[in-house]
Every structure is written in structure tokens, then in C-alpha cells.
Design a binder for this molecule. Structure first.
Ligand SMILES: Cc1ncc(COP(=O)(O)O)c(C=O)c1O
Length: 469
């Protein structure tokens, strides 16, 4: 132990969070329709498995790309030797065009401003290394993606200060909440270097409004700080209001070539929109040349492999494919989201109205024994160990109100989702019956106590009256 570094032995990685503990429990007893039908169903993993068939049939139609051939000739040697941190130009071009397409071509992206990274995880950490010193802070609206404690803080030494959002306004960001977070950071003697948001939000499954985005631009202008917009879920917006990228707001406000323009950075990845987290493809998009240059050098520690770039440049430059994929994927997400919401409704559970993402932000406050985080953990443990569903408690996302849970819906089959909802309904019915019985029992006890009190009172009154007589 003494021979290891502080970093290797400190526990700020966040692996003890219930978010990761739930995954560990799932690993010990994973549900399988045939092999383990009573196992734990994984609903804590934001994976998109709904459109694999579209990717697979594209691969069948394009054996050259999958076999690393160009015009029928093998390019195996070329790919095996390629390890430039600037990436394959054809891939960067295809990626920025895909990003524009997802944003309805309202904004365009320049290949010279993009840095490829091994997923958004690496992109977020790299940006922290570029924008902040250890001990400086970024403000993040709560609830936020639990992985951020690891990605933003662990190796960089950067601090996260929460912008506390509440259910009162659907967890939207307000000027007061940002100002309070800023003051809190100052009280803790932390220099604030920026704000980081996820749009669409993980875990809320909602897109940010133009008002919120404008507010963010105002704040970073006024405070002279950075804004990182993690837009990893931008292609998952399945209902109105549509997705508005921070880039669109900057363009609308004519911010090009202003100082603010250089302080806004976008994080993207193909992990969610294309459902390829295992391919490890992410990107930083920045208008600041210095950030692009520094991040490019740092990307040596997490490059995207040349085979992956080659394959995906062929896939993403097939416009007929990308157009169909984007719309079909959204349609499937919308249907699946509806199935989850109606399954929850049948169990008497509601959730925050959402229009994006691979999850719902579910309100189980009425199932808590008390309005505390202890009660939230108690309920979560019952759901994981007894109901056998791994969902993520709001506390793991730093939510300030107990009783909210993130429930994922796109990483399983429709039958598995149906089963999960049956399990949840049976559980809710059982605890509401218990609660009902308890309250009946309590009200019988109360009414007996009231009758007894009345009787004693009457007796003593009669006594008194008799005595007084
Ligand atoms: C908001 C957000 N950012 C980043 C990531 C990490 O993504 P990647 O798999 O591309 O590293 C995730 C993954 O869940 C996420 O939800």
C-alpha cells in the first residue's frame, strides 16, 4: 500500500457510489430469459441497443468497409501503421457532417476544430486538463451523470460545485441557482473556471430550453468563464421541443469571433446516438485554437483506433444510411419511452416529462418511508435485491430531493422491459397494501384510543359532575 501513489489509493474515483454498486450486484446475478429468469434486470445502464439491426444490415451491404478494403484492395497495412493524433481526415469530415445533420443542419462544424478522443469520458477529462488547475472548480447542475465525479475530478484534481436544481420547476437551471453555486464556490475559496451542462440531460432525459441556454451564455460572459456542453445525447431527441445546441444560440446571438465564442466547448460521442460505447469514439469541439492544440496533444493517451475510424468514416458518409438511421432510431426510442411511462403509470408511478435520452427520471417519493436519503437507499436496496431491478438512485446523481430514480429503457428487449414493469407493479402493490393495512390498523387503534379517551373523559366528567352535584 505504502508503495503506491496517492492517486492509486484515494477513493475519489466514485466507484463506491450506489450507481456502480448496482452494476456490481447486477454482474453477480444477471437476468437472462432462459438461463436466469429470476436474475436482476439491468436498468441502470444508458445503452442504446434499439437500432443494432440497422448497423448490422449496413455492414452486410458494405463488406469492403468491414473487411478494411478500399476498391476491393486490402488497406490492412495502411491502417495497422496509422497512429496520427490528428485522426483520419475522412473520418473527421464524416463526423462533423453527422453532428450537423443531428442538429438539423442549422449549424456546421469545422474539421480543424475537432479533436478525437476515446469516448466522451476522455473528452470531458481532457477539457478539464485544458481549462482548469487542480483545486479550481466547475459548476454542474444537479442531478448530474454519476460518472462525472470520476471523469472531471479524479485525475485532474478539479472540484465540482453543484448548481442545485429542484422538481419545483422540472429541474431547470435558474439564475438564482447558478449565483448560489458561484457564491458557494467562493465561500470554499474555489476559483470557478466554468459551467458544464449535459444537453439533453442525463439523468433527466430533457432538452435545455433556449431560455436556459441564453442564461448560460449571459453568465459565462459576465463572469468571464468557460461553458462545456456535453451533447452526447443530441441524436436521441424523440419528441418536441427539439434539440437546440449551444452552437445555435451562439450563432443566433452573433457571438462568432467574440471572446465568448472561444470559451464554449462541445463534447460529443457515438456511444449513445449510434449505440457504440465499445468503439470508444468521442470528440471535443472548440473554437479556441489553443484548446484544440493542447487537447490534440493530450489525445495521445486515448486515441480512436484506425480500424474504427476507417469503418465509421464509410458508415457516416453514407448519407442515405445516416438520414434513415437518425429518424428510425428516434421513432424506436419514442415507442420504448412510451412503453416505460405506461408501465410505470400502471404501477402508480409517474416521472418527469421527458423528450430525449435512454432513460426516465422517475418519481418514487410516495414510496419512501420518510423524506430522507436513508429511506431512498432503503427503497433502492429493496428494488435491487427483492424486486431484482438495478435502477440508479437520485442520490448517486447528486439530486437534492430524496425519492427520484433514473430508469433506463433502451438496453433490453421489449419483453424484458415488460417483465421489469410487472415486477415493479407487484412490489408497489405489496407495499401499498402493507402501508394501507398499517394505516388501517393505525386508524382502528386511533379510533379505539379516541373511544377510550372519550369513555375515560365521560367517566371522569360524570364523576366530577356527580361529585359537584
Ligand atoms: C452525459 C455523459 N457524458 C459522458 C458519458 C461517457 O460516454 P462515453 O461512453 O462516450 O465515454 C456518458 C455515458 O453515459 C454520459 O451520460
Amino acid at each position: 500500500m505504502g508503495l503506491l501513489s496517492g492517486k492509486a489509493t484515494c477513493n475519489t474515483h466514485g466507484q463506491d457510489s450506489s450507481y456502480f454498486l448496482g452494476w456490481q450486484e447486477y454482474e453477480k446475478n444477471p437476468y437472462d430469459e432462459v438461463q436466469n429468469p429470476t436474475g436482476i434486470i439491468q436498468m441502470g445502464l444508458a445503452e442504446n441497443q434499439l437500432s443494432f439491426d440497422l448497423l448490422e444490415s449496413w455492414l452486410d451491404r458494405n463488406p469492403d468497409a468491414a473487411g478494411f478494403k478500399r476498391d476491393g484492395q486490402s488497406i490492412f497495412r495502411e491502417l495497422a501503421l496509422f497512429q496520427d493524433y490528428h485522426g483520419l481526415p475522412a473520418f473527421k469530415k464524416a463526423l462533423v457532417e453527422f453532428m450537423s445533420e443531428i442538429r438539423g443542419n442549422k449549424v456546421t462544424f469545422d474539421t480543424s476544430k475537432i479533436v478525437l478522443t476515446a469516448g466522451a469520458t476522455s473528452a470531458n477529462e481532457t477539457l478539464m486538463f485544458c481549462l482548469a488547475e487542480p483545486g479550481e472548480a466547475f459548476l454542474l447542475p444537479t442531478p448530474y451523470y454519476p460518472g462525472f465525479d470520476r471523469d472531471l475530478k479524479w485525475r485532474t484534481g478539479v472540484e465540482i460545485v453543484p448548481i442545485q436544481c429542484t422538481s419545483l420547476n422540472g429541474f431547470q437551471i435558474t439564475e438564482t441557482a447558478i449565483e448560489e453555486a458561484y457564491q458557494l464556490a467562493q465561500k470554499r475559496h474555489l476559483k470557478v473556471k466554468g459551467v458544464l451542462v449535459t444537453n439533453p440531460s442525463n439523468p433527466l432525459g430533457t432538452t435545455m430550453s433556449r431560455n436556459e441556454l441564453n442564461l448560460l451564455v449571459n453568465i459565462i460572459t459576465e463572469k468571464n468563464i468557460h461553458l462545456i456542453s456535453d451533447e452526447i445525447y443530441s441524436g436521441t431527441v424523440f419528441s418536441s421541443p427539439g434539440f437546440v445546441s449551444i452552437m445555435e444560440i451562439l450563432k443566433d446571438r452573433n457571438c462568432e469571433n467574440t471572446q465568448v465564442w472561444n470559451r464554449v466547448h462541445i463534447v460529443y460521442s457515438l456511444s449513445k446516438d449510434l449505440g457504440l460505447p465499445g468503439f470508444r469514439v468521442g470528440a471535443i469541439y472548440s473554437n479556441d485554437d489553443m484548446v484544440v492544440a493542447a487537447a490534440t496533444k493530450m489525445s495521445s493517451f486515448g486515441l480512436v483506433s484506425s480500424q474504427t475510424q476507417y469503418l465509421l468514416s464509410a458508415l457516416l458518409s453514407d448519407k442515405k444510411f445516416t438520414q434513415n438511421y437518425i429518424s428510425e432510431n428516434k421513432k424506436r426510442l419514442k415507442q420504448r419511452h412510451r412503453k416505460l411511462v405506461s408501465g410505470l403509470e400502471k404501477a402508480g408511478i409517474s416521472c418527469l416529462k421527458s423528450n430525449a435520452g435512454l432513460f426516465c427520471w422517475v418519481d418514487m417519493r410516495h414510496l419512501l418511508r420518510s423524506n430522507t436519503f436513508e429511506a431512498e437507499m432503503e427503497l433502492w436496496k429493496k428494488i435491487v435485491y427483492d424486486v431484482k431491478l438495478n435502477i440508479s438512485p437520485g442520490s448517486s446523481c447528486h439530486c437534492t430531493e430524496p425519492g427520484w430514480f433514473r430508469v433506463c429503457f433502451a438496453n433490453m428487449s421489449e419483453d424484458t422491459l415488460k417483465l421489469s414493469m410487472q415486477r415493479l407493479k407487484a412490489f408497489v402493490d405489496s407495499i401499498t397494501t402493507t402501508l394501507h393495512n398499517q394505516s388501517n390498523h393505525q386508524s382502528i387503534k386511533n379510533s379505539r384510543r379516541r373511544s377510550l379517551t372519550k369513555w375515560v373523559f365521560r367517566l371522569s366528567f360524570d364523576d366530577r359532575v356527580t361529585g359537584e352535584r
